[in-house]
Ligand binder design. Structure first.
Ligand code: 5GP
Length: 116
């Protein structure tokens, strides 16, 4: 599968579309998910152009994973969540809807169903 540079996250990275930006550096943009599955649902979007994990450059993955951990820790501290899910989907049959690599940090609250 090829990378489509007109995908919505590529357009957000280029500043063509708005987002609720909570952090940006040379490696990635961190933003709030527009349709959160729980309070504090956060996305880490690497700046390197790849469709998903399957075609990502391992060097780019090495660069972004420490940030994923930092965001997970920050989201847990900020939300008071009881736990977190780290999610990442590859291709439409697996649930991917935006075809630019990204990681979901989804806070979990005891007794609260996702999407509630
Ligand atoms: P996935 O491709 O991993 O299934 O999920 C894409 C995620 O991006 C979804 O959780 C969806 O709510 C989120 N999303 C889709 N469009 C936008 C957008 O324009 N802005 C933001 N912040 N999130 C988006």
């Amino acid at each position: 599968m090829t990378y489509d540079s007109a995908n919505i996250f590529a357009r957000i990275l280029k500043g063509e579309l708005p987002c609720h930006n909570v952090h940006e550096d040379d490696i990635a943009l961190v933003m709030m998910d527009i349709f959160p599955q729980s309070r504090g649902h956060t996305l880490i979007v690497p700046k390197a152009a790849s469709r998903n994990l399957l075609d990502a450059d391992p060097a780019d993955l090495s660069a972004v994973m420490p940030l994923v951990q930092r965001v997970a820790r920050a989201v847990k501290a900020a939300t008071g969540a009881d736990g977190l899910r780290l999610m990442q989907f590859n291709e439409a049959p697996a649930g991917q809807t935006v075809f630019h690599l990204h990681f979901h940090i989804i806070p979990i609250y005891e007794g609260v169903a996702l999407g509630a």
